[in-house]
Design a protein around this ligand. Structure first.
Ligand SMILES: Cc1ncc(COP(=O)(O)O)c(C=O)c1O
Length: 501
């Protein structure tokens, strides 16, 4: 029989990504022996035409077979448990296992969303604690936990600003200013709300251009979306003045808080003049992410915008929690029930375990690690806007391209051969051959030093044998994929051809 793990053409082991459980095992083998039913014949009303005539042809496997199968699958991809994952803007940090245990407590996992409010008092209390903690962290007055991702939070935040302007009769306010360094989801979210993104160029130092901003604001300004620190890892030092200019023009300020890891406990968006922020719980607050799993992008807002948040609200009357506040249906929710609760519970566990001092140390170490790495890589990688960064920095592979004909994509792919996930590449768009590197606070100095040595070795390879880098990765189960195709048209069949041909 063909070994499903070995490609018939190239002979590479593990080449067929879809390891086939259905060809494994042997008739009669068992992992678990369920007890024999000794009661009366079960009476169930499944229609006869839906019943099987013969037992389903399931693989017969031992517990060990199953364990090896899934462990094998789990290591085909790089992940944070395997090694360094310095993906800029994505904060791929270690997720403490205690968060998983807390989110998995039966008191949470056995609840049904339709259950009576009196039965979910503990959950409502936990969600209230989280909302309060996020307001405290961000310096705002109200919070909605409903958004299921950062982009969803942006969408809700912009809807909130839009609803505020509409309530004031300002339906002409549709222009949303966005710096050209922004994450692509920012303009996309604005378009989804029916408003119009207006790009403003950054200054040569990578920060927002105040003069360009002053020119761009006007009577149609709905607001501005700013990532702070921005996607170059730089703090927007003029933020208070930016807030003054935008508020004076009648607009509101949205902060993309995906980079909150850098400023936890140090600076609060609410104190900088922002009106709304979204947080990526699945980044800063340590829920596992990647691969499209559930996330949460709650937003926090000022008192002025609170009436425009989606309902229902969690309220507490005489010590009893309940859901109320949208009886007229004027504040439609944007997520079924109360949001992605499991993610929220993990974030709450993380926040409570660290406390204010712990969260502050997270930011301090994230910034320290990024600056350490930036400095140590100085003779290997050119860093753009190198005047000190916060939690991440952006390097350029432009000189590698000019000198050796090696592109940033080649470096990223070669890193996989060394057991390191690539940084974020080709973003932000304003940096040529960009490599955005975010080591996070959970990596040790030895890991960072090892990364430096790997990059040094790859630079040597680029100089001596650039063709090696063009072919990388060489030892992963699959080589270069059509990444957009893989995401949009995934082939989930279990017989997968090796991509060698
Ligand atoms: C700066 C920034 N904003 C927004 C987002 C969107 O977050 P999500 O992927 O959860 O939708 C990201 C995620 O990559 C980001 O890095």
């Amino acid at each position: 029989m063909t070994d499903i793990n070995k490609c018939n053409t190239c002979g590479r082991w593990g080449a067929n990504l879809q390891d086939n459980l259905f060809t494994k095992g042997s008739a009669g083998r068992r992992g678990v022996m369920p007890p024999t039913w000794r009661g009366d014949t079960l009476d169930y009303d499944l229609p006869a035409d839906l019943r099987r005539d013969e037992p389903c042809d399931l693989p017969a496997l031992s517990e060990q077979d199953v364990m090896r199968h899934y462990t094998g699958l789990s290591v085909l991809n790089h992940h944070i448990e395997r090694g360094l994952y310095p993906l800029g803007s994505c904060t791929m940090k270690y997720n403490p296992r205690i968060n998983e245990r807390i989110a998995a407590l039966p008191g949470f996992t056995t609840l049904h969303p339709e259950q009576d409010e009196t039965d979910i008092q503990g959950l409502l209390c936990a969600l209230t604690l989280l909302q309060d903690a996020l307001c405290e962290i961000t310096g705002f007055d109200a919070c909605s936990l409903q958004p299921a991702a950062g982009a969803h939070g942006e969408f809700l935040g912009m809807l909130t600003i839009r609803a505020f302007h509409l309530a004031n009769g300002d339906d002409h306010r549709v222009d949303v200013l966005i710096p050209d360094s922004a994450h692509g989801t920012n303009p996309a979210s604005v378009v989804m709300t029916g408003m119009k993104p207006v790009t403003i160029a950054s200054q040569p130092d990578g920060r927002l251009d105040l003069a360009a901003l002053r020119e761009a604001v006007g009577p149609n300004t709905a607001g501005i979306m700013i990532t702070n620190p921005n996607t170059l890892g730089l703090f927007e030092t003029d933020i208070v003045e930016v807030a003054r200019v935008v508020h004076e023009a009648g607009g509101r300020l949205y902060m993309d808080g995906a980079n909150m890891n850098a400023i936890l406990g140090k600076a609060k968006p609410g104190h900088m003049g922002f009106d709304v922020v979204h947080l990526n719980l699945h980044k800063t607050f340590s829920t596992p992410h990647g691969g499209g799993g559930p996330g949460a992008g709650p937003i926090c807002v000022t008192e002025e915008l609170a009436p425009f948040l989606p309902g229902p609200d969690i309220v507490q009357v005489d010590g009893v929690y309940g859901l109320a506040g949208d009886e007229g249906g004027e504040r439609p929710s944007i997520h079924a029930f109360y949001g992605n609760i499991g993610v929220c519970l993990r974030a709450l566990a993380y926040i409570l375990r660290l406390g204010g001092d712990g969260l502050t140390r997270v930011a301090e170490r994230a910034v320290l690690n990024a600056n350490y790495l930036r400095k140590r890589l100085e003779d290997i990688l050119q860093v753009e806007h190198a005047d000190g960064c916060l939690h991440e920095f952006v390097a350029t592979g432009k000189d590698w391209k000019d000198l050796y004909g090696v592109r940033t994509l080649d470096i990223a792919k070669r890193l996989l051969d060394y057991g390191v996930h690539a940084p974020t590449i080709y973003f932000p768009l304003i940096v040529e051959e960009a490599m955005m590197i975010e080591p996070t606070e959970t990596e040790s100095r030895e890991t960072l030093d090892a990364f430096v040595e790997i990059m040094r070795e790859i630079r040597r390879e680029a100089e001596e044998s650039p063709e090696l880098l063009h072919e990388a990765p060489l030892i992963t189960p699959v080589s270069r994929l059509d990444e957009a195709g893989a995401a949009r048209k995934p082939d989930l069949s279990w017989y997968g051809p090796c991509n060698c041909g």
